[in-house]
Design a protein around this ligand. Structure first.
Ligand code: APR
Length: 229
């Protein structure tokens, strides 16, 4: 089976009702990164950080996978599909995707501030000050904050290097190292970029631009790929 690797961003979940970050009315228009998504913010004011992620987690229990998420699952009949997502939501998994690698963490997981390897799944939306790990350390959101390392990047780069087809969906390609993944893909490999603001990424060849929303663009590409294979 051909290896089909998909890199997704916030635009993938936009039609499920989850805000993106940098579009008009996006999250970073309403919140300051320094106050809600950095280690400094956590140190200075953990309640504000906690509230930001609790609100997003609460919303996640109310939304559902969209046509874009669902159509990616149908590719698994004919391709070895690996999804690499920048998203912290679980909509790919809930749609039925088998292989999902989260680069920036997962909203429904929390981890120990004392022992980062102690990671737990929250079954409700609220994490509170005083919620501790089995060793008594405060729990924090299991999210990669700005200024923190991206532990899964090495694995993601390996997967990108093995791609026979590479698809980018709903990301501004503004945040590294995730945006650099496309440069690990072999030059002669067919690549697609589905996003209303998709652009020709410099130095990348064989890249087909599909200036559409995921809800339409992904099912259309999936049909094309299934038909041609
Ligand atoms: N379908 C497809 N793409 C869409 C849709 C849609 N319905 N709606 C918006 N988009 C596109 C926008 O055109 C934009 O290119 O989604 C992209 C969203 O870009 P960002 O808000 O920058 O989100 P993302 O690229 O995922 O951000 C990367 O930055 O804030 C951090 O850690 C956070 O993982 C995130 C990272």
């Amino acid at each position: 089976m051909k290896k089909l690797v998909v890199l997704t961003g916030a635009g993938m979940s936009a039609e499920s009702g989850i805000s993106t970050f940098r579009d008009s009315n996006g999250l970073w228009e309403k919140y300051r990164i320094e106050e809600v998504a950095s280690p400094i913010a956590w140190e200075n004011d953990p309640e504000t950080v906690m509230r930001f992620y609790n609100l997003r987690r609460k919303q996640l229990f109310e939304v559902h996978p969209n046509e874009g998420h669902k159509s990616l699952v149908s590719l698994e009949d004919k391709f070895d599909v690996q999804i690499i997502t920048q998203n912290v939501d679980d909509l790919h998994e809930r749609a039925g995707s088998s292989n999902v690698l989260h680069l920036h963490g997962e909203l429904k997981k929390v981890r120990s501030t004392g022992y980062p390897e102690l990671i737990y799944t929250l079954d409700n939306w609220e994490l509170k000050i005083g919620d501790t790990c089995e060793k008594g350390h405060q729990l924090r959101p299991h999210i990669v904050w700005f200024g923190e390392g991206v532990p899964m990047m090495g694995k993601a780069a390996e997967i990108a290097e093995q791609a026979d087809i590479f698809v980018v969906i709903g990301t501004s390609m503004a945040v590294y190292p995730a945006a650099g993944l496309i440069s690990y893909v072999k030059q002669d490999v067919p690549k697609y970029y589905i996003d209303p603001k998709a652009f020709h990424v410099s130095g990348i060849s064989n890249l087909k631009i599909i200036s559409e929303k995921a809800g339409n663009g992904v099912p259309r590409l999936v049909n094309e790929l299934l038909k041609n294979d």
